[in-house]
Design a protein around this ligand. Structure first.
Ligand code: FES
Ligand code: FES
Length: 187
């Protein structure tokens, strides 16, 4: 029998303390302990990127990081990207460009794209594709995702095929479907 450890870390800007098993992954801690279910479990072995989060400014697969490893560190998950009243331009672009279908890969894609844009605000299409190569999507064929990321690069956006801007209610519905139940209750 293992003893749980207390971990203190800044998660989405809030100092957070939680208990976890020494062998428990950060992904499991986020989802099962902290009810932050935005990061998804796909392969659970570092191949799909669905579990992507940003740890101390670096993109990581949270299935490959132990929960105890984030002691004293800073984690941003997809829940930390925007408030409940307004999405980030990147999230808006994913909706406007139909860059998601089932949405399972979307939290990881958003975190990977954010990580790229934080480092390189003006990436080329090739750089976007290379950066997102670790994030698998079984639905979109990737082109719409690339266009959505490009849409937030100044001067390079291609207009989405759908002329109408997404209704706020539709946008929020998309977010809520990939957010944690607890956060929805609190909203
Ligand atoms: S679940 Fe972590 S990389 Fe697939
Ligand atoms: S939108 Fe379904 S896996 Fe990417």
């Amino acid at each position: 029998m293992t003893h749980k450890q207390i971990v203190t870390a800044t998660i989405n800007g809030e100092l957070t303390e939680f208990l976890c098993e020494p062998h428990q992954s950060l992904l499991s801690c986020l989802r099962d302990v902290l009810s932050l279910t935005g990061a998804k479990e796909g392969c659970n072995d570092g191949n799909c990127g669905a579990c992507s989060v940003i740890l101390d400014g670096r993109l990581v697969n949270s299935c490959l990081v132990l929960g105890v490893e984030i002691e004293g560190r800073e984690v941003t998950t997809v829940e930390g990207l925007a408030g409940w009243q307004a999405l980030t331009p990147l999230q808006e672009a994913f909706v406007a460009y139909d860059a998601l279908q089932c949405g399972y890969c979307t939290p990881g894609m958003l975190m990977a794209a954010k990580s790229l844009l934080d480092r390189h605000p003006n990436p080329t299409d090739g750089e976007i594709r290379a950066w997102l190569a670790g994030n698998l999507c079984r639905c979109t064929g990737y082109d719409k995702i690339i266009r959505a990321v490009r849409a937030v690069v100044p001067g390079t956006a291609v207009a989405p095929k759908t002329a109408e801007a997404p209704e706020t209610a539709d946008v929020l519905q998309t977010v809520l479907e990939t957010a944690s139940v607890d956060q929805v209750k609190e909203a």
